[in-house]
Design a protein around this ligand. Structure first.
Ligand code: GAP
Length: 535
């Protein structure tokens, strides 16, 4: 069977995860020891750079671009004391339904088992309901056919003890970055002289002891979150940036269609403004974030049709929530949640205030009035997973190679698998090559490499092997532009730039290379308009 035929048979998740491992993006943590640590991955040079670029794109989109209102950024501790997670409810109820096989001892997510074996929707089901459904359908262990033990609640937090034995203090690795933000709310409010509305954001690691994580970067035990807690006065639930999102068109599954099984997945295309007028959003802050999140995922390369928001049903949301919207991304394995946007009211600040004895409030003064009111701010929380975003970007950017010697169907067809990643997100925006490893070429190539690096653009220098092979290696990790210094460079001061997507080439003066690259990465101009095309 051909290589291509073999690839088709495998799930895309396995194909992409395999490529990422072979091409220096990721490694299973401690893989040199047996199978490594399940649910944990290390990011190698190409993967780390890609991850960093996604985080940078997010920061630019949601944090740095926001002047009115301000969004502050913090970096909280990964370890949190027990009191914090008692107050947040994680100690008592951050759990998943666990079922184990009494014969082979496999441990499985009971709700996932129902979904895969009985095609049931399990969102919002309680443990007794899951137990009942498994029993009614006679579901056995999918690994060995053995009988299943009763379903139990399994708390997902990773515990640790701090300090010497005797008076060690119980603590946990934080299961979400949000809790550090609530703990630091008062200090940020006071020291930054913040005024409602404002946001506090954080990018950082979170840990969950997921039951049998088997979906690569989609479900991990150690992962990175990007979260914003957007604080506002419930009497003025207004986002100053809302008008800029009114015309953003989104794909949405409303609550109404989900109440009927036959229409449960029907998507409507609607603008943020129209959805707001129809009363779909509880306030324009949540509407604003839904619009921005939809735009953000398109900007990093997820196609419009592969994105949809789902308005969670009342039965799926906690009692304190006034509305949750999940962004789902279409993958080969089905639609997966990538972002949750929750209107959490003032539940978190109220419970942390009560349990800690601190006053977690803000002063509010209406324009032209003397009276100052104290309020416990409400929050809308957009919560993103970095690795999940990274995987979705890669699966959508994956382009399989054609068979060796086969006729091209498209101009861009090639014999190697490659990634068509957006230029500002790709691990490296550019490669710089000397045509050959000779001093008269390497000197100029290193100079150009240094100039691109100095401009803050991720770039890689490669002088090993034939130029065709180097282009293929660049495609394999999704590099959009390759600069080659050759013998003509000494004669007329120009270099060749090759574009990944079209495989076309132009000649550009060395002195203009950084500016040209900036225009290309910023999608300001067409490739062929930036230099002299080579036929
Ligand atoms: N503070 C809210 C919160 O943490 P969540 O829906 O549990 O909400 C938010 O998580 C996002 O974090 C998810 O949409 C997903 O992108 C990411 N995420 C959650 N659990 C994950 C896991 N086990 N592995 C990778 N990403 C995960």
């Amino acid at each position: 069977m051909s290589e291509k035929g073999k690839k088709k048979e495998r799930a895309l998740l396995d194909v992409v995860m395999d490529l990422l491992t072979r091409r220096g993006f990721i490694a299973q943590t401690a893989e040199i020891y047996g199978n490594g640590l399940a649910g944990f991955f290390d990011f190698l040079p190409n993967g780390m750079q890609l991850k960093r670029n996604i985080e940078k794109a997010w920061r630019e989109f949601f944090v740095w671009s926001s002047i009115d209102p301000l969004v502050y950024e913090i970096e909280g501790s990964v370890v949190l004391p027990e009191e914090v997670l008692v107050a947040s409810g994680h100690v008592s109820s951050f759990s998943d339904p666990l079922v184990s096989c009494s014969k082979c001892k496999a441990e499985l997510r009971a709700d996932h088992l129902l979904e895969s074996q009985a095609a049931m929707k399990t969102e919002g089901m309680t443990v007794p309901q899951i137990q009942d459904a498994l029993k009614k359908r006679g579901i056995a262990c999918p690994e060995c056919g053995g009988a299943l033990a009763p379903v139990e609640e399994f708390n997902l937090m990773l515990k640790t003890d701090i300090g010497a034995s005797g008076n060690a203090k119980r603590a946990y690795l934080r299961p979400e970055t949000a809790q550090s933000i609530f703990c630091d709310y008062k200090r940020v409010y006071q020291t930054m002289r913040a005024q409602l509305p404002f946001g506090i954001s954080q990018i950082g690691p979170s840990y969950r002891n997921e039951i049998s994580p088997r979906q690569g970067l989609i479900r991990m035990r150690g992962f990175t979150q990007m979260e914003i807690e957007f604080f506002f006065d419930p009497e003025a639930p207004v986002h100053p940036g809302y008008e800029s999102t009114r015309d953003v068109k989104i794909r949405l599954i409303t609550r109404d269609v989900q109440r009927d099984e036959k229409t449960a997945d029907d998507v409507v295309e609607i603008t943020i403004g129209d959805a707001m007028e129809k009363g779909i959003f509880p306030n324009n802050i949540q509407a604003y974030f839904v619009g921005k999140v939809f735009q953000f995922y398109q900007s990093i390369g997820i196609p419009y049709e592969a994105l949809r928001f789902r308005h969670l049903l009342e039965t799926e949301t906690p009692f304190y929530s006034k509305g949750n919207f999940d962004l789902e991304i279409k993958l080969d394995m089905g639609w997966k949640e990538a972002v949750g946007i929750a209107y959490r009211t003032n539940h978190d600040l109220t419970t942390h205030g009560k349990n800690s004895g601190s006053k977690l409030e803000a002063d509010v003064q209406k324009p032209g009035q003397k009276e100052v009111r104290k309020v416990v701010p409400h929050v809308v929380e957009p919560s993103f997973g970095v690795e999940r975003a990274l995987y979705c970007v890669l699966e959508h950017a994956y382009r399989p190679g054609i068979e060796k010697g086969a006729e091209k169907e498209k101009e861009s067809d090639r014999e190697w698998d490659w990634f068509q990643i957006q230029p500002h997100v790709a691990p490296f925006s550019a490669m710089v090559y000397p045509l050959m490893k000779k001093p008269e070429l390497t000197g100029k190539a290193l100079e150009l490499f240094g100039a691109i690096k100095k401009a803050g653009i991720p770039v890689f220098y490669d002088h090993a092997g034939q130029i065709g092979r180097r282009y293929a290696r660049a495609d394999e990790i999704g590099t959009p532009y390759c600069f080659t210094v050759d013998y003509q460079t000494a004669e007329d001061g120009t270099v060749t730039i090759r574009e990944r997507d079209s495989m076309r080439q132009i000649r550009v003066p060395v002195a203009e290379c950084v500016q040209v690259l900036q225009s290309l990465v910023g999608r300001e101009k067409e490739f062929l308009d930036l230099g002299t095309p080579i036929n």
